[in-house]
Design a protein around this ligand. Structure first.
Ligand SMILES: Nc1ncnc2c1ncn2[C@@H]1O[C@H](COP(=O)(O)OP(=O)(O)O)[C@@H](O)[C@H]1O
Ligand SMILES: [Mg+2]
Length: 370
């Protein structure tokens, strides 16, 4: 267990040698996120976009994050780079990034505009998105844009930079790389743009690549090609990948470990094998049932999860999934917030079916008398 640390901007690094059992080197994790909460303070009220995210990204492996639209996947990912736009901000939690020397930096405590996070963004952690056009500029060649990242972080001169860009474009198997380097985004196909963005992500050899629905906008064939590319790149570079998608079918393709999100919370975590073969949370089971299968009509598939994801202003009390859950325990699931129950290493669930409810009730009773 990682020791809870007070938020303190002067305490930028955590010396893991002083924390019992807390060395990220021993856990084999590049990143450990604990109790992350990110909210938007809007005029209409507070949107708790991320409300208790706990997960690990193992070194050199892929963590898949899956959940319906609006479950906080993107805001959670942006939080890891302190890239949450106003009026949003991280309100609680730890984001421990292994420095590789037995120490970890807590990204959650860094100033979003400070030098420390600038050294991490793009260099240690890079991110690619669903829509390349939103992060690629239409008025500069892709060679120039990828080159900028390299000049910023690696201190290369013009010639070295161009060489490196070309090397990257070949690495992402960009067709006709030596011509593509001087192309503008509008001259490229969707798959080629996505390759350009991946090349930009890889520019500084990041230790973690966050891919936020990178194949959702692509046709099925290109999607498969890009997934293979990301897998091959990971195998050759040894980087960790955090792969975000609403599609469990994609998770089965790419992930080693899986975190299932619902309304800003990780409700279940486990290996890809455990999640698919022995899901513990009713929400995970519902998601699994909703995977399109040959022979099933569309209507039946869509009926798999009843009800709608509640609006974040109307977050239900107790378990956030209770009003859609086929296994709800009345009087319990609508009252008690399920704690994170450890089921094994890297495996946990937030569901009262797996908690000692009597004990939790007694605890709540006690707290109300204090
Ligand atoms: N700028 C913003 N202001 C207010 N709420 C926001 C903002 N950005 C995202 N949200 C809310 O945060 C929640 C999580 O969003 P997001 O992380 O984008 O979900 P996902 O990526 O899982 O589809 C949603 O309810 C969304 O409406
Ligand atoms: Mg998203």
């Amino acid at each position: 267990m990682l020791q809870k640390k007070k938020r303190d901007s002067s305490l930028r690094t955590v010396d893991l040698t002083t924390l019992a059992d807390a060395s990220l080197e021993n856990t084999g994790n590049l990143l450990e996120v604990r109790g992350l909460r990110t909210s938007f303070f809007t005029d209409e009220g507070v949107v708790k976009a991320v409300d208790g995210m706990d997960f690990d990204v193992p070194t050199g492996k892929t963590l898949g994050i899956v959940g319906e639209s609006g479950s906080g996947k993107s805001i959670g990912a942006r939080s890891l780079m302190q890239l949450v736009d106003k009026p949003g901000r991280i309100v609680d939690g730890q984001i421990l990034l292994n420095n590789g020397d037995g120490r970890a930096v807590d990204i959650a405590s860094l100033d979003p505009r400070g030098d420390a996070i600038r050294r991490i963004r793009g260099k240690e952690i890079a991110m690619i998105f669903q829509e390349p056009m939103s992060s690629l500029s239409p008025v500069h060649t892709i060679g120039r844009q990828i080159g900028e990242m390299i000049e910023l972080h690696m201190g290369y001169d013009k010639e070295q930079t161009r060489e490196r860009v070309l090397e990257l474009l070949k690495k992402v198997e960009m067709p006709k790389a030596s011509t593509a380097i001087d192309s503008y985004t509008f001259e490229l196909s969707g798959g080629m743009r996505q390759r350009a963005m991946i090349a930009m992500g890889l520019a500084c050899d990041p230790r973690l690549l966050i891919a936020d629905e990178p194949t959702t906008a692509l046709d099925v064939t290109t999607q498969a090609v890009i997934l293979d590319l990301i897998k091959d790149l990971q195998a050759s570079t040894g980087m960790s990948v955090m792969f975000i998608t609403h599609d469990l079918g994609v998770i089965a393709e790419v992930a080693d470990e899986v975190a299932v999100m619902y309304l800003g919370t990780v409700v279940e975590r486990g290996s890809v094998h455990e999640i698919f073969n022995d899901p513990k949370h009713p929400y995970t089971r519902a998601l699994l049932r909703s995977i399109p299968r040959l022979g099933l009509e569309k209507q039946r598939r869509l009926a798999a999860i009843s009800g709608m994801v509640p609006h974040p202003f109307n977050r239900p009390g107790g378990c956030p999934f209770h009003n859609r859950c086929p296994e709800v325990i009345p009087g319990v699931c609508d009252r008690i917030v399920p704690p994170r129950e450890a089921l094994g290493p890297g495996k946990d669930v937030r569901c009262l079916l797996h908690s000692d409810v009597d004990h939790l009730k007694a605890e709540a009773e006690e707290a109300s008398h204090e």
